[in-house]
Design a protein around this ligand. Structure first.
Ligand code: NIG
Ligand code: FE
Length: 411
């Protein structure tokens, strides 16, 4: 099946199969009056002017802006329940870590996720992905981490596998069993870490349920040394590393990330110079989550300093029921400009090629080039800066996944 996307007013895309960093963070290719030919979902050729040839389907985008499909490289997609009940506590000034320490927060989502059926989690995940697709997200990372026991962690990862089969957004699974210490192990940290290392990680790897292993490295959650141990065990089993680091207190998570060659470190709101140096040395992508900073009324990660120090920056939603119940990567793009002082081009690369690199898919998606998947967004915009500027509106006109329109227009 040959598909032609024609009358592209402006095509903006990064190039290559690796994350853009340092002075290359904002490097993009811009082509005017372009067309993209794909065959069976893969880009065959990109050209300008009139296309001559025979195709099965023509999608006329009437002069609009086209970019690669967006890649949301950090989400906690699968969970039961919501946590709007925490709003009142937050407004009274109770902190995120205090809510967690008193048995709420992640623990209340764990309870709801354990109680939810497989089918219910599939339905909820599917609804969330459908909304994301509408905002232009065509690939997405999804974490477990609301089971904190073998059965429910595996259930979450199986839900992700199922969702990968039944809807268009490509998913990459991350095992986040070390998201909190489950209540049953409140007096037995070692016991839970042993369970993760000796039982659940081997099982997840054996059943190929995840590609990445992640840990919430934070004061009162997992220490830097515990995080290192869990992530290295994951690596032994072939799971690449990610780490929630320096979100609230800088307890050494970013240093661990750089040391062990983690693919990405997440949040990094309070990342210090030592952390930035470690990330740079480890070639670790900084996956920054500005909508979470906004939602927590917290500070913003030092993105410019990271770019200056040759750390590749990706931006993601962090969709989760506690600190960021937001699926809109376009809003994240706006915050990337306004709060991190990143340029629209730097931001585009952060939600395309760098997001793809953060989930191990930079050879398949993240840019519009021959040989890559024909995943793209047709924007109700003529220029890239317009998307970042129109805060809160959904500017995705049509979303194309593997050469087919999956949102907007004829589906
Ligand atoms: O990335 N910080 C840790 N984990 C999530 C929030 C999880 C939750 O509160 O349910 C995050 O923000
Ligand atoms: Fe997160």
């Amino acid at each position: 099946m040959k598909t032609l996307v024609k009358n592209i007013g402006t095509l903006v895309t990064p190039l290559g199969n690796t994350a853009r960093k340092g002075i290359h963070q904002g490097e993009t290719e811009t082509i005017h009056d372009a067309w993209i030919l794909s065959e069976d979902g893969i880009i065959k050729e990109i050209g300008t002017g009139e296309f001559s040839g025979v195709v099965d389907e023509v999608i006329d985008v009437e002069g609009k802006l086209v970019t690669p499909g967006l890649v949301d490289s950090h989400t906690h997609l699968i969970f039961g329940g919501w946590r709007n009940n925490e709003m009142e506590q937050k407004l009274k000034g109770v902190s995120y870590l205090d809510i967690l320490a008193s048995g709420g927060g992640i623990h209340s989502t764990v309870k709801a996720t354990r109680e939810a059926s497989f089918e219910e989690l599939v339905e909820r995940g599917k609804a969330a992905l459908d909304e994301m697709l509408g905002y232009g997200t065509t690939s997405c990372e999804a974490k477990s981490g609301y089971g904190l026991d073998s059965e429910t962690e595996i259930k979450q990862l199986e839900v992700i596998r199922k969702l990968n089969e039944i809807q268009p957004v490509d998913l990459v699974a991350t095992f986040l069993g070390a998201h909190a210490l489950p209540k049953e192990y409140a007096d037995n940290r070692e016991g839970y870490i042993d369970l993760l290392c000796n039982e659940i990680i081997p099982k997840v790897a054996e059943e190929k349920l995840a590609e990445f292993c992640d840990v919430f490295c934070e004061e009162g959650v997992f220490t830097a040394e515990e995080s290192r141990r869990i992530l290295l065990k994951g690596q032994e089993y072939g799971l690449k590393s990610k780490i929630h680091a320096d979100e609230i207190y800088p307890i050494g998570g970013s240093v661990v990330a750089g040391d062990i060659g983690a693919v990405s470190a997440e949040h990094l709101i309070v990342c210090n110079d030592e952390g930035i140096e470690a990330l740079s040395g480890g070639n670790t992508i900084a996956c920054l989550l500005p909508a979470t900073s906004h939602y927590l009324n917290a500070g913003y990660a030092p993105a410019r300093k990271m770019i200056e120090n040759n750390v590749a920056v990706a931006l993601a939603t962090d969709y989760n029921p506690g600190t960021c119940p937001c699926l809109n990567l376009q809003l994240v793009m706006t915050l990337g400009c306004l709060k991190y002082r990143m340029t629209p081009e730097e931001v585009l690369n952060a939600v395309t090629i760098n997001g793809a690199a953060a989930i191990g898919r930079a050879d398949v998606v993240g840019s519009l080039e021959e040989g890559k998947q024909a995943d793209m967004v047709i924007w109700n915009a003529r220029e890239l800066s317009y998307i970042c500027y129109r805060m809160g509106s959904n500017l995705a006109d049509k979303v194309i996944k593997k050469g087919k329109i999956v949102k907007g227009g004829r589906q």
